[in-house]
Design a protein around this ligand. Structure first.
Ligand code: AMP
Length: 387
């Protein structure tokens, strides 16, 4: 820090890989970042000062926030009481309205619809009888989801036939009082897209180009950016994101997950934070989602969101492949989160960047082969070949 110049201070609640990548983006801007997490080995804590405490420990949160200019999050499920504790003391971005909206799928979908953002048809399910009523109203197939705390496809049950209601209730019915349930009509989408956008404290707004995403067992496996979409759909996604950000008076980066139904987009859910489908922006855009999030919450001017060529992000779960092997392929960028491997745990990602779609296909073919991940890259290559 240079003498006489105050260094902005940021506190991040949650110290997983999203916080870690925020720290990596914030440092060159001269920002002092500290992170807070219940886990002593949380991976952002390897590179930033970590305060250990529970997410509902008001005293610990208050003392963590005491010397921070701004507080932000690397996950959305901060208890409302903790949020209030922080907000009484400090500027907190994103704000209460955004978190409350994103924490409850029912509230979220109602908010989307009120803003003219289309979604799958849905119904509130408060009892076993209401599940039958919702099935009759929406038809099948449909998906029963917990309203709260579901992510990466967890807390979901697909109903194909009316008799599946029994099994769906057996699986999720016990969560009706704690979380609430929602039944959603199944969307026969062509593909899954997301838009990552950012809004500054002064209302300035920017978004990165639409991304196409592939999931395996409900977890993101690959993202392709920019997605090959018509300018009409790109505009619709941008309008949705802009509407939402303005209505929530949002500050920071957020993601809106979308189903591409051919002629229109349906919104699935928003993530009020930096998002896995935006990791490609670190190397694949002029300004990354992490840097722009830090800029936005601190009230700095937003950076250019234009893409640099074509990028594909590949997620790694469990044991991370060998970095040296992967780095032999030109255009590969490696991100090891420093987390102990555990089945299903996101431990790192690679972004492959190229100047053309053909170059991206070639690099992905090489990487898929060298890492024995042909199945992971196959749908992306197949898509790229059709562009
Ligand atoms: P979510 O936790 O809501 O993001 O859902 C996880 C995944 O389940 C999504 O990425 C979709 O692949 C699928 N999914 C969720 N909701 C629906 C729906 N209403 N219709 C079809 N597929 C869905």
């Amino acid at each position: 820090m240079s003498a006489g110049r105050a260094q902005p201070t940021l506190g991040v609640i949650g110290a997983g890989q999203l916080a870690r990548m925020m720290v990596l983006a914030a440092r060159p801007l001269g920002v002092d970042v500290r992170v807070y997490d219940p886990a002593h080995d949380a991976c952002a804590g390897h590179i930033a000062n970590l305060t250990c405490g529970a997410f509902d420990d008001a005293d610990a949160l208050a003392s963590f926030a005491a010397d921070r200019d701004v507080i932000t999050f690397d996950f959305e499920n901060v208890p409302a009481a903790s949020f209030e504790t922080l907000a009484r003391q400090r500027l907190v971005h994103p704000g209460a309205r955004a978190l409350a909206t994103a924490q409850d799928r029912l509230h979220e979908k109602r908010s989307f619809n009120a803003l003219g953002i289309s979604t799958a048809a849905f119904a509130d399910v408060g009892s076993r009888a209401e599940l039958d009523m919702a099935v009759a109203q929406l038809g099948l197939p449909a998906i029963l989801k917990t309203r709260r705390l579901g992510y990466d496809g967890k807390g979901q049950f697909r109903l194909r036939r009316p008799e599946d209601a029994e099994a769906a209730w057996a699986a999720l019915g016990d969560q009706v009082s704690s979380s609430g349930l929602i039944l959603e009509a199944f969307v026969p989408f062509q593909r899954e897209l997301s838009v990552i956008a950012v809004r500054g404290r002064d209302g300035s707004f920017a978004s990165w180009p639409l991304v196409q995403n592939w999931h395996v067992d409900g977890v993101l496996s690959a993202s392709l950016a920019p997605a090959d979409v018509s300018s009409a759909l790109q505009q619709q996604a941008l309008d949705y994101a802009h509407q939402l950000a303005s209505a929530l008076d949002y500050v920071g980066v957020f993601a809106l997950e979308l189903f591409d139904c051919g002629d229109r987009l349906l919104a699935n859910e928003m993530a009020p934070r930096v998002h896995n489908s935006g990791h490609w922006t670190i190397e694949g855009a002029e300004t990354s989602q992490f840097e722009n999030h830090v800029r936005a919450v601190l009230g700095l001017p937003l950076g250019d969101t234009r893409p640099r060529g074509h990028s594909c992000m590949l997620n790694f779960l469990g044991t991370l492949p060998d970095a040296a092997t992967a780095l032999a392929v030109a255009g590969v960028h490696w991100h090891d989160y420093g987390k102990a491997p555990r089945a299903g745990r996101k431990t790192g990602h690679a972004t492959v960047r190229a100047d053309s779609n053909a170059g991206l296909v070639s690099a992905l073919e090489q990487l898929g082969q060298i890492l024995h991940r042909e199945a992971q890259v196959a749908p992306v290559i197949e898509r790229l070949r059709r562009i």
